[in-house]
Write a protein that binds this ligand. Structure first.
Ligand code: CP
Ligand code: NVA
Length: 312
């Protein structure tokens, strides 16, 4: 199975099969065990990894840099505007130059096509550290967390309340792939990417998962095993009409009342950063169901897995 990964880009989980995603999770679980026992796992000793970020980040940046250090490699973090990209150097030139120095590129950006352009001009792998369309590294950590807490995916129900954006798309794909029902809040005027939705429907018909968009918070939360919240105003476009979005999504807040509809042993997840009082309340994120910091930790373990699998 390992041979299947070498040199591959990780731009979206839609490019990987269920078996491959499960293998990444198994690799992450193994690396997590090694890290917990303080066993060395310098599988990328001497490698160099470039990181270009066009948006803010705490978790993704630090988890990748920690992961790269633990793997024995060196990371170079660059804010896009501090590179020549910021003054308009063509991506195809930057990509080919970075490819000569570095063994992989981790990139956070806006359009998915920017990542695709880097991938086209680099021989070494490009890893999506969040685009407007998807957040595949977040999804790997989310899946690892769900598997750790619930043991298996099949038959679980996820209730999702958050922006119809990258994290929504990733979770919809993850649920459909793994056979979890995905019940999501969908106010009027919002809709997912048709490309991602079609892929999710295809995966769901193979796995038996349901994909349901609803305006009824009771229906969304009823019997949920996993409750997932995300901001209503993501970085990039959605930030601009923040007030309207907060209003549109207000009926879908994950508060203690809403959590009562979920199963007693439901877990509460959030990719973070979160806005207390908007998509969730302080009581919920600080409460007994919350696994948000285990989820954040798993970013590092799953990123180690993907890096060690795809880097030459
Ligand atoms: N969840 C996540 O990607 O967080 P950051 O924006 O802090 O990287
Ligand atoms: N949807 C969020 C995720 C942040 C990690 C955003 O893109 O802002």
């Amino acid at each position: 199975m390992k041979d299947k990964f070498l040199g591959r880009d990780f731009l979206t989980v839609m490019d990987y099969t269920k078996e491959e995603v499960l293998f990444i999770l198994d690799t992450a679980a193994d690396l997590k065990r090694k890290w917990t026992r303080r066993e060395p796992h310098e599988f990328l000793k001497g490698r160099t990894i470039a990181m270009i970020f066009e948006k803010r980040s705490t978790r993704t940046r630090v988890s990748f840099q920690a992961a790269i250090a633990h793997l024995g490699a060196q990371s170079f973090y660059m804010k896009s505007e501090e590179t020549q990209l910021g003054r308009g150097e063509p991506i195809k030139d930057t990509a080919r130059v970075i490819d000569r120095y570095c063994d992989a590129l981790v990139m956070r950006t806006f359009g998915q096509e920017i990542l695709e352009e880097f991938a086209k001009y680099m021989r070494n792998p490009v890893i999506n550290a969040l685009s407007d369309l998807t957040h595949p590294c977040q999804l790997l950590a989310d899946l690892l967390t769900i598997r750790e807490k619930k043991g298996e995916f099949k038959g679980l129900k996820m209730a999702f309340s958050g922006d119809i954006w990258n994290v929504f798309h990733s979770n919809m794909i993850g649920c459909a792939m793994m056979g979890m029902d995905f019940f999501a809040a969908m106010p009027d005027g919002y809709e997912p990417s048709p490309v991602v939705l079609n892929k999710a429907k295809e995966l769901a018909s193979a796995s038996g998962a349901k994909i349901v968009f609803s305006k009824n918070m009771d229906e969304i939360m009823e019997g949920a095993d996993v409750v997932y919240a995300n901001t209503y105003h993501s970085m990039g476009g959605p930030e601009k009409n923040k007030e309207q979005r907060v209003k549109d999504f207000a009926p879908f807040q994950v508060n203690e009342e809403a959590m009562k509809k979920a199963k007693d042993d439901a877990i509460f997840m959030h990719c973070l950063p979160g806005y207390r009082g908007e998509e969730m309340t302080d009581e919920v994120i600080e409460g007994p169901h919350s696994v948000v910091f285990d989820e954040a930790e798993n970013r590092m373990h799953t990123e180690k897995a993907i890096l060690s699998l795809v880097t030459y």
